[in-house]
Ligand binder design. Structure first.
Ligand code: ADP
Length: 226
């Protein structure tokens, strides 16, 4: 398997002078196509920082970040925006759905981001994705009318909209009850299996981590051990 993502000597420092906090201290990692990896580490160890950099939403202080062979650490903002929209999907702990929009409108949203406006084909794909995550009967419900687990399944459908190679999930089950959490994980496994989408999932939950194919640990902002 070839590397989808490669991180070399990644350093991230917040603040300056006395307030300077060095969070990532020369971290190395690789994600292969088709990986389903849990990202572990104590609170404050830099998991969100790493996910934010991998998502191209923040540049590292130093080090290299490659994805799909592109050197993202030297890319310009506009290039990163385009790259992110095409190749990376996000799932957050608090789903971040637009509350007054329907499930369908939320899922189709990333397509509109790239092209300015969604097409009928995009809407069809969004509807298919909602069927896929078991919410075909809730397409026209507003986000506020859905349960926590349903919202998270909508968020997964939205992350899949632009057919990204990589989905980054920051504590996707952190806010869910056991049953909803295992449904969300089953769905992630199914998508990983069928579409070979690569997932990196930060979690505190040992069971969820153990269910992933790989476990990557951030220790002292540095050692990323499997
Ligand atoms: P985790 O996701 O593992 O809990 P984070 O990446 O959120 O860790 O945070 C790592 C460290 O960086 C923490 O000590 C946190 O306080 C600090 N930190 C995170 N974001 C910022 C920021 N924008 N400015 C300053 N410090 C930050």
């Amino acid at each position: 398997m070839s590397a989808l993502v490669e991180i070399r000597d990644l350093v991230k420092t917040y603040g300056e002078g006395e307030a300077e906090t060095r969070v990532l201290k020369g971290l190395n990692m690789e994600l292969a196509e088709g990986d389903l990896a849990a990202l572990l580490g104590p609170s404050g160890s830099g998991k969100s920082t790493l996910l934010t950099i991998l998502g191209t939403l923040m540049q590292p202080t130093s080090g290299e970040h490659f994805m799909l062979g592109e050197n993202l650490s030297t890319a310009k903002d506009a290039e990163l925006t385009e790259f992110r929209n095409k190749h990376i999907g996000f799932v957050f702990q608090f789903h971040h759905l637009l509350p007054d929009f329907t499930a369908l409108e939320n899922v189709v949203f990333p397509a509109a981001l790239g092209a300015g406006r969604e097409t009928a084909k995009d809407k069809k794909r969004a509807a298919e994705l909602l069927e896929r995550v078991g919410l075909g009967h809730r397409m026209d419900f507003r986000a506020t009318q859905l349960s926590g687990g349903q919202k998270q399944r909508v968020a997964i459908a939205r992350a899949l909209m632009n057919q990204p190679e990589l989905i980054l999930a920051d504590e996707p089950t952190g806010n869910l009850d056991r049953e909803s959490a295992s449904q969300v994980m089953e769905l992630i496994h199914e998508i990983n299996e069928n579409e070979k989408t690569t997932f990196l999932i930060s979690t505190h939950d040992e069971k969820i981590a153990a269910s992933c194919k790989r476990q990557i640990k951030v220790v002292d902002g540095k050692t990323v051990a499997d």
